[in-house]
Design a protein around this ligand. Sequence first.
Ligand code: 9YW
Length: 447
Amino acid sequence: TAVSDLPVHRGADLVARAAAVLRANDTGVMVRAAPTLYPHQWSWDAAFVSVGLAHLDPGRACAELDHLFRGQWRTGMLPHIVFDPGETTYSPGPDRWGCAEVTDDAPAAPRTSGICQPPVHALAVERIVALAERRGPAAVARVRAWLPGAYRRLLAWHRYLVRERDPLRTGLVAIHHGWESGMDNSPRWDGPYSRIAVLPDLPPYRRRDTRVVRDAAQRPTQLEYDRYLSVVEELRRAGYDDARTRATGGFLVTDVFASAVLAAASEALAGIARSLGAGEVAELEEHAERFRAGVAGSEDAELGLALDTDLRTGAPLRVETVAGFAPLLCGGLRTAAERDMVALLRSERWTGHPGLRHAVLPSTSPAAREFRPRAYWRGPSWPVVTWFFVWMLERRGRPDVAAPLRRALLDELAEGSFAEYHEPLTGEPLGSAAQSWTAAAALDLLL
Ligand code: 9YW
């Protein structure tokens, strides 16, 4: 059944169940990304989850981000995982990362990973403020009291990215591990990873994902995983020193999606700075402009998508993934180019593909050679990703492009398990059920 065809009370039922998912995943101090598979706090998950929480309890939304901020590094980096000290089963865990053991930049507590994820946080804060305003004076007062502290954290985070991930001012964020993209085994990274040699002395490890998700075909292969952990080991041995990694790291790639996120988030942060009377408005607007231009300049004329670049070889990574629509997140294309990109999004290579169960965005084009409908970021549709595009398109004043995606996403979510991702041709829910950011997406779309 399609949610758009359902009576109102069924929508309300989905809201109640989404709220219950967030409550059940809440440890009291943070919301686990997923109940069993991901029992810690992930960075971009926390931002998305805080938007869901803002619909229920604005104070709890602020607390969720405060928990993440406690893991912030002295450099300003927000780590991709803040570990729950009571949970020891997830791998790679804090000992494997060994951050505080190798650098004073990492906090001793809480323990964190040593890499980051797409900087969606300022966009979440912008939305939390707007939702509080919808709720009334008490919510506004709560969020306003919290905002100046959150702003300083976000400013340090953005300055870190600008300083360490784009020192040459190209307007593109470089990532040091595929996990930093948030799209772990996307075919975007196959080229760069093919050159990563598995360390002969890679310490042994036990994976968690293939024990929880029984269908191994959905998850990265063993060789992929060995390479991921070899890069982690290399980063650790470099003391998580960004300059060293830029000079010698095996994996160094510009991420067009993260760059678009930084452009949009810089715009949001500039707005927050303005509302606080802070002095950094012009600096943040300049960041937005720079990264918007970098993203627009990455468009490949032949594929019609924006592409990442392998900085070790200089080669553009020519794969048709959802990240290629990055310019639609932040703007910057000329009118005709944006029109063409929207047409591509609606075409048979993407949401107009006749085999799709729902006209949402699959992680890889179903028409591409690399498409694998069950394999994690190689084809499945991720509700959080379509939600993010809907949100950014509406934010940019393109409700015409957002509306069909919004409807299709609600239809995909109506099945009610709040899955991590879906098989896009059948709609079958895959990965973890009761994934927090999927529940947050449902709340934000329905409330
Ligand atoms: C992992 C939590 C995380 C997301 C990532 C996604 C996956 C697996 O799950 O990572 O073990 O880190 O790829 O984007 O933040 O939902």
